[in-house]
Design a binder for this molecule. Structure first.
Ligand SMILES: Nc1nc2c(ncn2[C@@H]2O[C@H](COP(=O)(O)OP(=O)(O)OP(=O)(O)O)[C@@H](O)[C@H]2O)c(=O)[nH]1
Length: 849
């Protein structure tokens, strides 16, 4: 059966998509927008509607064009509105058949237009006398007049535009007389780019009134001409003369049109291509129309837009339809920060296990339920047997796998969704049978519903004395979760996480729902997954838990997740086993990313070059966005600026060893209440303070706070040259205190840390009592009295006193850059090759005034 797009029908019937949608609506045929496809029956309905309107059994394009000059019938508002519009617009078809149309217009004018205008001027006269009532009348008669609040201007426009085809002719005839009026009107028009003939039409109420007043004294025919006359002459009268002129000129029209053509017609394409949005000016240019025409059409559609205003694709295609131009979408330019998704073919898809998230009110037993599922259904005979906490785990039920996300609660679920990652297939709503539906239960329901994730209710704690599952069901029914036994479609399973009862039933139900969801994925392609958790492990570097969703992730694959990229070095599953590949719906810990991605980032396996290039572009984009967001403040005279009231924001870059510390710091810093200054976290990330952090801080005049992390060499150099204040802490409380003091202008550190130098551990020698770090001084010097900190991958592992400093077998007081030495640290043995030993002293500084 043929399918038609709404806009195609609109074009065919020389009307707007809106009108088509309205007509279809009356025939109970659903069509959402101009792109909706409809069946043959819709076309028949439209055909009938137009045939009825025009009184012809079947309205052909040519008939319609002529018949659209028929008077407005109040009984068919929308169709009439359409008629008015089609007539207003010198449409594509009209352009082609201009001479035909003109003839028709001329023939019809004396009958139809006069009638139309008679009606109109009656209205107008009434409007003058009794404007408020008249507005109502206008509304009744003109569904198009939505913009009446704009001093009735759109009505005026509609009226003007109704007559446009006629006026065009007349405008050209009368042009010499019209110059003054034209210029005056031009000033009133919003765009100088409008056609002269458009410009000359008055938009002001004054002009219109003048014309109307004149017109009211004439007979119908005279009214008609007087109206045109008043328009052309600024309402000065002499209608009869003009009427005659016009009649003569109509006769001469074809020749005149050629000779008085003011400028070469712009090419009017049948179809144009645009992107997601386009300015009114560009759109008009592409369609070969005057900007004024387009703006007017927009006004008629109820949108006030200026020449440089952007319209979206939908609006542009509706407008295109109005002008008889097909508007096609240019596929969006490839975003260099995006990796195009691989489209899987149906035949390649195979069953995959469901991914489940547990939600519910605090203390209703989410964690206990997850624990008991894990304890009862993770096969202990498999190697290891002990489950690892990696953020997600698989259980077996009836020989089928189910994946549970380990972070209970809807907040994490929604945080991920906010990052564009939807990993959950089924939500388990835990409701304590003794407590019933609570605020967070409702939140969880709403979060699951908004993600369109099916809900299975686990009524927990049924072992409790006060347990009342029926009451829970009743309460849930209020939120449209009706249990199956009451005729609803929500599965509710009574469970006890403590006694481990009902767990198997719950899992069976999950499998049942999963079966209905028909979850499938293609395992034979490059991997696509979501980062569930990520951290910087002191020993292993960045570690990310990935839930593979499509394809298979293998050791050696080049991967990218957010701004981090790398190669899969090793993978560990939820039972702590090393694996070589991970198929769809498998959670694995992945080692090999160079940075710590964020939970919710999409991980994709791509070729190495793409991974690196895209990651770099994402990084640059992120920085630009971060800089854009931050407001500039000067760090140097922070206190002075606060005192002078110039400083409104204190920008801070946070770097820490783990995500948890970042969150704690961020929250505490944001909670610092001060009337004058607002703390603004420009960037926060896990890992050592690097050069790009310093550059960001420089660009946004931010202070860098490092918690348990240190700046690397390049970062320190950059910070020196950019004069960026890097403050590092090992106690969160100290960081908060310092910032608080800085904001209140009270920061008066008694001691300041002075870094003496750094040495790299090249060899570790274990002797019975201690561990000697065979090191090479890379910067500054190391002194025997200095304090030291041991840094591994930018993270401070230990801070303490230097125990001994030796060159060969001799104790020395200091070793300078470029020399080797042996260092031991007091009460510390965990030294590894590649570690950095930083020597520093604390110097007393004068308190700030
Ligand atoms: N009697 C009984 N107690 C339970 C059951 N399930 C959980 N509890 C208890 O309820 C309390 C809360 O359980 P959790 O599993 O921590 O609840 P939660 O929903 O994860 O809580 P939050 O993580 O704080 O949101 C604990 O004291 C559990 O021992 C159950 O089936 N029966």
């Amino acid at each position: 059966m043929s399918k038609y797009r709404v806009y195609e029908l609109a074009k065919e019937y020389n009307t707007t998509s809106k009108v088509i949608i309205d007509i279809l609506g009356r025939h109970n045929i659903a069509a959402k927008n101009h792109m909706s496809s409809v069946e043959e029956d819709a076309k028949v309905a439209i055909e009938r509607a137009f045939a009825r309107k025009t009184g012809a059994p079947e309205a052909t394009g040519a008939d319609r064009a002529g018949q659209e000059d028929q008077p407005v019938q109040p009984a068919a508002k929308l169709e009439n509105r359409d008629t008015l519009k089609s007539k207003d617009i010198p449409s594509h078809t009209q352009q082609q058949n201009r001479s035909n149309n003109n003839n028709r217009q001329q023939q019809n004018r004396s009958n139809n237009n006069n009638r139309q205008q008679q009606n109109r001027f009656n209205n107008n006269n009434q409007q003058q006398q009794n404007r408020p009532n008249n507005n109502n009348r206008q509304q009744q008669n003109r569904p198009n007049n939505n913009n009446q609040q704009q001093q009735n201007r759109p009505n005026n426009n509609n009226r003007q535009q109704q007559n446009r085809p006629n006026n065009n002719n007349q405008q050209q005839q009368n042009r010499p007389n019209n110059n003054t009026q034209q210029q005056r009107s031009q000033a009133a028009q919003q765009s100088n780019q409008q056609r002269p003939q458009s410009n000359h039409r008055p938009v002001s109420m004054d002009n219109r009134s003048a014309g109307q007043q004149q017109n009211s004294h004439f007979s119908n025919n005279h009214r008609h001409s007087a109206n045109n006359n008043s328009r052309n002459n600024g309402g000065t009268g002499h209608g009869n003369k003009n009427f005659q002129q016009r009649s003569n000129q109509h006769r001469q029209q074809p020749g005149r049109n050629q000779s008085t053509q003011p400028k070469a017609e712009m090419p009017k394409p049948k179809s144009i291509k645009i992107g997601e949005s386009i300015t009114v000016k560009e759109l008009a240019g592409k369609m070969g129309r005057e900007v004024g025409e387009v703006i007017k059409k927009l006004m008629m559609l109820g949108t006030m837009a200026s020449i440089n205003q952007e319209v979206d694709f939908d609006t542009a295609s509706i407008l295109g339809g109005e002008f008889g131009v097909d508007v096609e979408a240019i596929p969006p330019e490839e975003d260099p920060t995006e990796i195009p998704e691989i489209e899987d073919e149906e035949k390649d898809l195979v069953y995959r296990p469901p991914v489940v998230t547990v939600m519910g009110h605090v203390d209703h037993g989410k964690t206990s339920l997850l624990d008991s599922i894990r304890q009862t259904h993770v096969t202990s005979q498999e190697a290891g047997g002990i489950t690892q906490h990696i953020g997600a785990y698989q259980v077996m039920c009836q020989g089928k796998k189910i994946v549970f996300l380990d972070t209970p609660g809807h907040e994490a679920f929604t945080a991920m969704r906010a990052r564009g990652a939807q990993v959950t297939d089924i939500a388990i709503l835990v409701v304590a049978a003794d407590d019933g539906v609570m605020p967070q239960t409702i939140e969880a329901i709403n979060h699951a519903k908004s993600a369109k994730v099916p809900i299975i209710v686990a009524i927990n704690k049924i072992d409790r004395p006060g347990a009342n599952p029926d009451r829970v069901k009743q309460q849930l029914a209020e939120y449209q979760l009706i249990p199956e036994e009451w005729g609803g479609d929500t599965i509710m399973v009574p469970v006890s996480a403590h006694q481990k009862t009902g767990i198997s039933d719950l899992l069976e139900m999950i499998l049942l729902v999963a079966e209905m969801l028909d979850l499938k994925a293609n395992p034979n392609r490059l991997a696509y997954g979501t980062i569930i958790e990520a951290k910087l492990d002191k020993g292993r570097g960045p570690v990310s838990t990935v839930l593979v969703q499509k394809g298979t992730l293998r050791i050696g694959d080049s991967i990218i997740a957010g701004t981090a990229y790398g190669k899969v070095r090793a993978m560990v599953n939820d039972r702590g086993e090393k694996v070589k590949k991970a198929e769809p719906a498998t959670p694995v810990e992945v080692l090999g990313l160079a940075d710590v991605p964020q939970a919710g980032d999409i991980l994709v396996a791509v070729d190495e070059r793409t991974a690196r290039a895209v990651a770099e572009k994402r990084m640059a984009k992120k920085r630009t966005e971060e800089i854009k967001q931050s407001q500039k403040v000067s760090l140097d005279d922070l206190f002075k600026q606060i005192q002078e009231g110039n400083l409104k924001d204190l920008n801070i870059v946070i770097k820490a060893d783990v995500q948890g510390s970042i969150e704690a710091l961020r929250q505490s810093l944001l909670n610092i209440k001060n009337k004058e200054v607002r703390v603004n976290i420009v960037h926060a990330g896990v890992g050592a303070i690097n050069e790009s952090d310093v550059m960001l801080a420089a660009a946004s005049n931010a202070l860098i706070i490092g918690f348990n992390v240190r700046p690397d060499g390049n970062a320190r150099k950059a910070a020196d040259s950019e004069k960026i204040d890097i403050r590092t802490y090992r106690v969160i409380y100290d960081a908060i205190n310092d910032v608080e003091a800085a904001i209140t202008g009270m920061l008066a550190p008694e001691f300041k840390e002075v870094i003496l130098g750094r040495a790299e551990v090249r060899q570790v020698i274990s002797i019975p009592k201690t561990v000697v770090a065979g090191s090479y001084v890379t910067e500054g010097k190391i002194t025997s009295t200095a304090q030291v900190r041991l840094i591994r991958n930018g993270i401070v592992i230990h801070e303490g006193k230097l125990e001994s400093l030796r060159r060969f077998k001799d104790d020395v007081r200091e070793v300078a850059q470029g020399y080797e030495c042996g260092i031991t640290i007091e009460k510390f043995r965990d030294i590894k090759e590649g570690d950095i030993i930083e020597a520093f002293t604390m110097e007393e500084v004068a308190p700030r005034a």
